[in-house]
Design a protein around this ligand. Structure first.
Ligand code: URA
Length: 212
């Protein structure tokens, strides 16, 4: 229902949907949660980078020469700490040359307002494909704060990859950054009083690290 008026790219690959189901299950323990978070992040990264440009290159096989492809532009991946770290390794596995920028945002437990406690971004963002990895797009507060930082640092091509999104978060991003692209396997019902996504999967960082 959201896909035609907001730029949400629903990733409905069966492997992603199965992985999401394991992540959602309250019975999934942190070791399996980490493995499956990594797997779904790879699938989402493949989709989010489907249209990035390549430049032709000549490659010599043992039997002759042929045309190959290299990524035309730099990729910068920006995990939103702490939960985004659960997706980082997967992106780097697929794009080993990616540069990594960090944005540390803490969500106030009562107001759900994100405040920045750390940021360190690579240079030349304007020439790069920037992938923001933020597993739970709830109010959109963290993603918006990250987008503000990235765009004021010059980023132009920014894609947000998340594992579960709420309509509220999608609308907030779309309102402030029309044209932003969001890649997710799920758009859930909405937020509860504590600004958690329902049904969601709980607190991603806690499930990943076994805290709380
Ligand atoms: N962050 C989480 O980890 N889970 C939610 O449901 C919302 C924000």
């Amino acid at each position: 229902v959201y896909s035609w008026f907001v730029p949400v790219h629903k990733v409905e690959h069966p492997l992603a949907l199965e992985a999401l189901t394991i992540l959602r299950s309250a019975d999934t323990r942190p070791d399996q949660f980490r493995r499956v978070a990594r797997r779904i992040s790879m699938l989402l990264t493949v989709e989010a980078t489907r249209d990035i440009e390549t430049t032709p290159t000549t490659v010599l096989t043992p039997l002759g020469s042929t045309t190959g492809h290299r990524l035309a532009r730099d990729v910068v991946v920006v995990p939103i700490l702490r939960a985004g770290l659960g997706m980082l390794e997967a992106v780097l596995e697929l794009i080993p040359a990616a540069r990594v920028g960090y944005v540390g945002l803490q969500r106030d437990e009562n107001t759900a307002i994100a405040s920045r406690y750390y940021s360190n971004l690579p240079s030349n963002l304007e020439e790069s494909h920037v992938l923001v990895i933020d597993p739970m797009l709830a109010t959109g507060g963290s993603a918006l704060a990250a987008l503000d930082l990235l765009c004021s640092a010059g980023a132009i091509d920014v894609r947000v990859i998340c594992i579960v999104a709420a309509p509220e978060g999608i609308e907030a991003l779309e309102r402030h950054y029309p044209g932003i692209r969001i890649f997710t396997p799920a758009v859930d019902r909405g937020l509860n009083d504590q600004k958690f996504i329902v049904p969601g999967l709980g607190d991603f960082g806690n499930r990943l690290y076994g805290t709380e």
